[in-house]
Design a protein around this ligand. Structure first.
Ligand code: 13P
Length: 234
């Protein structure tokens, strides 16, 4: 059983989300399916579907004068079960640090959500030979004490670029994350891979040890692209 999560980023419409959720109801799979649309669409889905919903960000604060922000309790109230925190694009465009990400993940857990915590290296960090350090410190600094989380390893240079690391690079990153989580006493935490996952590489990527699923961007927007990723693995 794998976890297949779609991150719609700032794309989609309520109608497209309803179509996707209905299409996923009919997929013959035991995999966990998650769709993370923009905030307003979380409320537009209505009845229960087989796929779970998640948000793409959350405030670290409970309530108050934080214009534009959305609290974890508000997300949970929509029926969503997950929230992505620390995505590369949040780090890049909103300056989120590991400390901010940990606070957001803690807020999510407190509201009963499962945070999908993203870690990964930039191209500059990769070129400087810092990939493993960035990944390990990301896991240690972003995971709060207590509560279930999911880790997503997203090599930031590969996102949306049609690039993927080699099988050995993904294996090394996921092995390091698994060992790090083990030393933190949470060795059963699922670890997803994300960046340029498509129908034609998903099965290969999910055959790598410690790859417990995928976090998909562009290829999660349409059922015809997303469903083959889900059905490519048992
Ligand atoms: P792409 O699949 O479009 O590369 O995006 C990956 C991603 O950022 C998922 O969170």
């Amino acid at each position: 059983m794998k976890i297949i999560a779609g991150n719609w980023k700032m794309n989609g419409t309520p109608a497209a989300l309803r179509d996707m959720m209905a299409a996923l109801d009919n997929v013959d799979t035991e995999n966990v399916m998650i769709i993370c649309p923009p905030f307003p669409m979380l409320c537009t889905c209505g009845a229960t579907h087989r796929a779970a919903l998640g948000a793409q960000d959350v405030s670290a604060h409970d309530h108050g004068a934080y214009t534009g922000d959305v609290s974890a309790a508000m997300i949970a109230d929509t029926g969503a079960k997950y929230v992505i925190v620390g995505h590369s694009e949040r780090r890049q465009y909103h300056g989120e640090t590991n400390d901010v990400v940990r606070a957001k993940a803690a807020a999510a857990i407190a509201a009963g959500l499962t945070p999908i915590i993203c870690v990964g290296e930039t191209m500059a960090e990769r070129d400087a030979g810092q990939t493993m350090t960035i990944i390990e410190s990301g896991v240690r600094e972003c995971v709060p004490d207590g509560g279930a989380v999911i880790i997503a390893y997203e090599p930031r240079w590969a996102i949306g670029a049609g690039l993927t690391p080699t099988r050995d690079e993904i294996a090394a990153a996921h092995d390091l994350i698994a060992r790090t989580l083990d030393t933190m006493g949470i060795g059963t935490t699922p670890i997803l891979y994300g960046a340029s996952v498509k129908g034609n590489n998903a099965a290969e990527i999910m055959s790598i040890p410690h790859v417990d699923g995928v976090l998909v961007g562009g290829a999660s927007l349409k059922p015809d692209d997303f469903i083959p990723i889900i059905t490519s693995v048992k």
